[in-house]
Design a protein around this ligand. Structure first.
Ligand code: FMN
Length: 197
């Protein structure tokens, strides 16, 4: 199922021109269930995540990454909640973002969430540069994922990111298909920038 030009890129109403990769990024739910991610692309997005900035360079983030058709993908997919389970199974890959909440020696990692977010933002930009799209999800069964991958208590599955090739919205249910083409909105710049001089 091919995507139209409209669904390949849903541009922003940004007041300033952005770098094209940021301008064109959006989070689809309709993915081509026949499309695959190559070895090189998979390595590239994970390398982008690895090289993101990190507080004190502690890198308290880990990843469980599975391509569609693998046991790893199936286990991740089984631990998506409700709405997410209805569309993410068509992605080419699913990546669990895992927080290292404390080290093996019991040292806390208070910036783990921030660090993981940095790395998934980098993964997203790299994926778009590879001609792929990405959709992050917080609607996951964290304990189910921990059990599925036998992760120790100090590791917390935090998000799952779908990576794939965008497809026509018509394969989604009516409500999801409408959301797929609805205008993308953000809070106004004046509201999010508290002080600017
Ligand atoms: C941390 C995080 C969690 C999210 N969780 C979900 C989710 O569980 N299900 C979903 O469909 N979208 C989820 N999203 C996607 C957001 O809804 C989406 O990024 C937002 O609506 C903005 O749309 P855009 O990415 O197309 O600009 C999540 C995004 C982030 C960053």
């Amino acid at each position: 199922m091919t995507a139209t030009t409209d669904t390949l890129s849903r541009s922003t109403d940004s007041s300033q021109p952005l770098v094209p990769l940021l301008e064109e990024r959006w989070s689809p739910r309709s993915y081509d269930e026949t499309a695959t991610i190559s070895d090189a692309q998979f390595d590239a997005v994970l390398e982008a995540a690895r090289w993101a900035a990190s507080a004190m360079n502690h890198q308290p983030r880990r990843f469980v990454a599975g391509r569609r058709g693998t046991e790893t993908f199936a286990k991740i997919n089984e631990n998506l909640l409700g709405f997410n389970a209805a569309w993410a199974f068509r992605a080419s890959a699913l990546v669990v973002g895992v927080l290292e909440t404390v080290t093996e020696d019991g040292e806390p990692r208070p910036f783990a969430q921030y660090d993981l977010g940095q790395s998934l933002a980098a993964l997203t930009v790299q994926a778009h540069a590879e001609g792929l799209h990405v959709h992050q999800m917080a609607g996951i069964d964290a304990e189910g994922l921990r059990a599925a991958f036998d992760l120790p208590e100090r590791f917390l599955p935090y998000t799952v990111t779908a990576i794939g090739t965008v497809a026509d919205p018509s394969q989604l249910d009516e409500k999801a298909a409408e959301r797929e083409v609805a205008p993308r909105t953000r809070l106004p710049l004046e509201e999010v920038v508290l002080v600017k001089e």
